[in-house]
Design a protein. Structure first.
Length: 388
């Protein structure tokens, strides 16, 4: 509790004592009340109003106010800039921009319950902040070492900060084990829901079985948690999109306004590719797929999903790279329904399926994609020297 909060509560206690000392039958001496300064009696005649005022001051200095949540912080080595914030679970609608001025920033939103807010920084790294009604989350860190930022103000944020800082020193397999332990030890925490999503569902190789196990533990702890129940239902439906399963049925609208579906992937080999204009690796893979498709024609069918927040940026990149197969870009970034339907959560991210729709590979980099497609369709004679 900070100084302003302590001060506000102290004022409230003093005024309560002042009010009680003026009740009939009690003198200021017996109550131990200090002798008031000249002019004070006119204020003490209205103790209830003063108590209410002090309570209001205490509230506004301690938190964001009833029905609101605030994120505030300071980054060293960043004087001015901006970053995005959105909420995947209804904390706010759409995407907002947070301005950084003199290294400081603040973001205040209405919030009646708990919610997750995702901050997207200029380098496109992400950070989760967990909001609560009336609370303030405080962020501090160095803009040149974003992985080491600390977030305080609520139990969920402090738990997540401890986990994240510890995970920075672990190997990937150890991080996954630590993530599972975190959820097992904190099944009621909103941070656990985020960890299941980020470490088991949005991983390059999703682990739907482990995610399902952990979500069931969380639901057992709190059977009324609708968010956990919904995610568990989605995970159960995503299990069929693992390697060896059939490509799920889907429908979407591409950037030209045309309806596309599972039937759009009717080649001998079929690829769904997730990309973004800001991700060099995913753009490089798109360019290589274009060269491969140019030679193989209808034998290779491709549908792409762009997770850019700006649809215009997606269209500019498509034009620059001469991409003419169906692309989906709805500006919803990671919350694009088609990404969720297919269990894609990274860029580059992809699914390779055979002529029957059976999934044979997932989340390949450019060199792995080259090897996989040439094994299935034969080598190409153009563009090999540019392939990474």
């Amino acid at each position: 509790m900070g100084f302003a909060c302590t001060k506000g509560l102290t004022i409230t206690r003093i005024l309560r004592r002042a009010a009680s000392s003026r009740r009939p039958g009690r003198s200021s001496e017996s109550a131990g009340q200090p002798i008031p300064l000249r002019g004070a009696p006119s204020f003490l005649a209205f103790p209830a109003a003063l108590i209410a005022l002090a309570a209001l001051l205490a509230l506004t200095s301690c938190g964001a106010g009833n029905g609101r949540f605030r994120i505030e912080g300071r980054f060293r080595n960043l004087n001015r800039g901006e970053f995005y914030v959105y909420s995947p679970d209804g904390g706010t609608t759409g995407r907002d921009t947070i301005q950084v001025v003199d290294g400081r920033f603040s973001y205040n939103v209405p919030l009646s319950d708990k919610a997750t807010f995702i901050l997207i920084f200029p380098n496109f790294s992400q950070q989760a902040v967990f909001g609560e009604n009336g609370k303030v989350a405080k962020i501090s860190g160095d803009a040149s070492h974003m992985r080491e930022m600390e977030i305080t103000g609520t139990d969920d944020n402090e738990l997540m900060t401890d986990f994240r800082l510890a995970a920075n020193r672990l190997s990937p397999p150890e991080v996954k084990e630590a993530a599972a332990r975190f959820v097992e030890e904190n099944p009621a925490s909103l941070a656990s829901l985020y960890i299941v999503n980020s470490h088991f569902l949005q991983a390059s190789q999703p682990d739907y079985a482990e995610a399902s196990r952990l979500l069931k533990l969380m639901l057992k702890e709190d059977p009324s948690n609708g968010r956990v129940a919904l995610l568990l239902k989605q995970v159960e439906s995503l299990k069929p999109s693992s390697i060896g399963a059939m490509l799920p049925q889907f429908t979407a609208t591409d950037t030209d306004g045309r309806a596309i579906s599972r039937k759009s992937l009717n080649g001998k080999v079929n690829v769904v590719s997730a990309w973004a204009s800001w991700s060099y690796d995913s753009v490089n893979l798109q360019q290589w797929l274009r060269r491969f498709k140019k030679e193989k024609g209808a034998d290779l069918a491709v549908v792409s999903i762009c997770v850019d927040a700006d649809r215009k940026a997606c269209l500019r990149q498509m034009k620059a790279d001469s991409i003419n197969w169906p692309n989906v870009c709805d500006g919803r970034m990671w919350d694009t329904p088609l990404m969720q339907t297919l269990g894609l959560s990274t860029v580059p991210g992809n699914i390779v399926a055979d002529a029957n729709g059976k999934i044979v590979a997932r989340n390949l980099n450019t060199s792995q994609m080259k090897e996989q497609l040439e094994k299935m369709l034969g080598k190409i004679s153009t563009g090999d020297r540019r392939t990474r």
